[in-house]
Design a protein around this ligand. Sequence first.
Ligand code: CU
Length: 145
Amino acid sequence: MKFPFHTLVFLLLAISLVSCAKPLADSTDSETRTEGKSQNACKASLKTDGVCLDAIWETYPTETTVGSLLVFARSLNSDHLVKDFSTDLRVTLWMPSMGHGSSPVKVVPLQPGMFRIEKVFFIMRGDWEVRFQTPTDRATWALDF
Ligand SMILES: [Cu+2]
């Protein structure tokens, strides 16, 4: 069975248009995602302090080894490090579904606005909270381990 020539041209054109349209749609999507990401990167918002706590794993914990977390105090209004952020940051681990904590972590101030949270150990798999507390505010980062 043969198609008329103009049908073939039309089909090829349609296919090329579809294949062109996809990357364009993808790039629009990824731009939106990138914009959203900088907001999502705020793991815990200290709204009274006006500080967003960004956190990245330096070492991800396992069921038998401790992890460490780098925490950056970023201004809620800009992407700037809050260089006078209180060094009196307290951090605890909590499993909300079962109502228990874990062993104490160690908060190491690296420079104003930057901390390393050491000895992060989750004693079981499941839902956990990293609870941040300053003298004037508190915030929680919920995660699955
Ligand atoms: Cu538990």
